[in-house]
Design a protein around this ligand. Structure first.
Ligand code: ATP
Length: 564
């Protein structure tokens, strides 16, 4: 309910307008039927005046006019609500705990958000608004006018409502299961679609597309057959109601034939009013079923919106700048049950240039993610001067820290956005950073220059260009701490040497922590930390380690043999 309330609050003004117009229209459509009885009877006994007819005309004009006006808040609110639910998801991603984020898959997530926004709109707008502003008032007004004409008929109608409600609840049980099946298979299908798109080269080269299509086809078949079943059950509701109303109309005619006290006007009005009284119930039953099914989808969506948030983002004290020392004390970390770091201890002094090296999977990236607050350590402590990292607000930390991740150093946007996001900077500053990162020749070949879009994950750039573009961002960050996770792995030795020299010159006052595989690239670093199976097994300068650390020496030798 919390999220629905939030969306309602966002659209408070239009919600009130929409409800008031709905109530007014519900009254007018029944009042119109009731007044029509007077017109017919007045015409039969010639008592109606011209003013009576003009009054009826005014009722018709207002009724149809207001129905049209109602379309505006209806369309506005329907779309606002649907899109507001989507924005809730985007806001949630901005605050989500990183471990939770890592578990999500893009395809399923996108489908969950799409289904969630639709179901949220279904629950709030298609169900609750329809009930409160339309169905309930229409039923009450029509029952009131029927009651005024004949009480016995009102009792029959009420008994009919109960039967209808019982039948609906019986059918619902079957529909729930069908809906669950549809949702699971929709997410599955989207998973294959997004996976196919994102990993196109792998799947194409391994001839996997026919297999992928086959798997997606399975999901498609289930979706189609389940949706057809649901449509047929929904439509059956309407048919049953139409038959019920037809029986009631014939019953009214028979009743009027046996009891002479009903005028022609009353019979005509009763038939219209019964339609008014039962149509909302028919609609209610269908949207009630839909509401219950939407609730199932909505629960999946709120499961996403309720995922753990990173409370440290805004809470905590400010980053203690200027920082003298980072102290990693006996830190351990596990993914689920797998221990990845074991009692790691390390001191990093202000301005030091530190490199993390070691075999793949030894825990280097994990420690960098812990240092920038993305992952939370299980045991031990990390002190920024005397302040535990857990007590520092990440928003303030990110003012002072730059982090280039291993997998996605750039994002879907223009080159300018990748450098400075929305900030205003001079063309000259952009030129300088592109020159220092050897990107000017790339830019010269692009018609739109820095306004060129680089595609999702920078698909329009080479691996090395992506990394250099990410490095160029450092020119505008002015950070105290720079964390680079394999930021130059795609560059050739020569370019890496020149670009890294420029980068280190630009960030010479910052503390730098760089994860690297190519040992020659970190030769000049102040200190090298050697990782092995989640532990630190070496700590010293390049030459010290070569001399004293057999494991590091082994890594160095292997690299030398490979390059030869
Ligand atoms: N999200 C995750 N869930 C579960 N296990 C993970 C996750 N991320 C990493 N791991 C595991 O944690 C271990 C350490 O990974 P990490 O990325 O820190 O290693 P690394 O030393 O940086 O490796 P590389 O040099 O290949 O990047 C690996 O065994 C990896 O499989």
């Amino acid at each position: 309910m919390r999220y629905m309330k939030e969306v309602l609050r966002n659209n408070k003004k239009w919600v009130i307008v929409y409800l008031l117009i709905g109530l007014f229209n519900a009254f007018m459509s029944n009042y119109k039927a009731d007044y029509f009885q007077k017109v017919i009877d007045g015409l039969t006994d010639r008592t109606i005046t011209v003013y009576g007819i003009l009054f009826y005309a005014a009722i018709l004009f207002i009724n149809y006019g207001m129905n049209y006006i109602d379309e505006y808040p209806s369309a506005k609110l329907g779309n606002e609500i649907y899109l507001d639910f989507k924005l809730l998801a985007l806001r949630k991603i901005g605050r989500m705990d990183y471990s939770e984020y890592q578990k999500l898959g893009t395809g399923k997530l996108v489908q969950q958000i799409e289904n969630g926004a639709n179901s949220g709109k279904g629950v709030l707008y298609d169900f609750w608004f329809s009930v409160v502003r339309n169905l309930l008032p229409t039923i009450l007004f029509s029952l009131y006018f029927i009651w005024k004409i004949d009480r016995t008929i009102t009792y029959f109608l009420l008994a009919g409502y109960i039967i209808v409600f019982l039948v609906t609840n019986l059918l619902l049980q079957g529909l729930y299961q069908i809906k669950e099946k549809i949702l699971t298979n929709e997410e599955e299908l989207n998973h294959f679609l997004v996976r196919g798109f994102m990993e196109m080269p792998i799947f194409r080269m391994k001839h996997q597309f026919p297999n992928e299509v086959k798997k997606a086809l399975g999901a498609k078949r289930v979706i189609v057959s389940s949706k057809v079943k649901m449509t047929m059950i929904h439509e059956a509701f309407f048919t049953i109601f139409a038959l019920l109303v037809a029986c009631l109309d014939v019953g009214i005619l028979a009743y009027a034939w046996r009891n002479n006290h009903l005028s022609i006007g009353s019979v005509v009005a009763l038939i219209t009013l019964i339609d008014n009284a039962y149509t909302p119930i028919a609609i209610f039953n269908v949207i009630y079923v839909q509401y219950k099914l939407n609730k199932t989808t909505w629960m999946r969506f709120t499961g996403l919106l309720d995922l753990k948030e990173d409370t440290q983002l805004e809470q905590g004290i400010d980053f203690p700048a200027p920082l003298s020392e980072i102290h990693v004390e006996d830190v351990s970390f596990s993914y689920e049950n797998k221990e990845v770091l074991q009692s790691v201890s390390l001191i990093i002094k202000r301005g030091e240039k530190i490199a993390f090296v070691g075999e793949s999977g030894s825990g280097k990236s994990t420690l960098t993610k812990i240092l920038v607050g993305l992952l939370k350590y299980d045991k031990g402590n990390i002190l920024f001067d005397d302040e535990p990292l857990k007590n520092i607000s990440l928003e303030s930390l990110y003012e002072k820290v730059s982090y280039l991740s291993q997998d996605t150093p750039v994002f879907d946007g223009t080159i300018r956005e990748n450098l400075v996001f929305d900030r205003e900077v001079s063309e000259n500053d952009i030129h300088v950073c592109l020159e220092k990162t050897h990107l000017l020749s790339l830019l010269a070949a692009l018609d739109k220059g820095v306004e060129t879009k680089i595609g999702e994950k920078g698909t329009c750039l080479s691996g090395g260009e992506k990394q250099r573009l990410a490095l160029a961002r450092l020119w505008f960050d002015n950070s105290d701490i720079v964390v680079l996770d394999e930021a130059t792995s795609a560059l050739d030795n020569v370019t890496e040497g020149i670009v890294m020299k420029n980068v280190l010159e630009q960030i010479k006052h910052a503390t730098v922590i760089a994860v690297a595989h190519r040992l020659t690239s970190i030769r000049e670093f102040d200190r090298i930390i050697v990782f092995r199976n989640g532990k630190i097994v070496g700590n010293g300068t390049f030459d010290e380690l070569l001399e004293n650390n057999s494991y590091f020496f082994g890594l160095y030798k292997k690299e030398e043999e490979n390059s030869n």
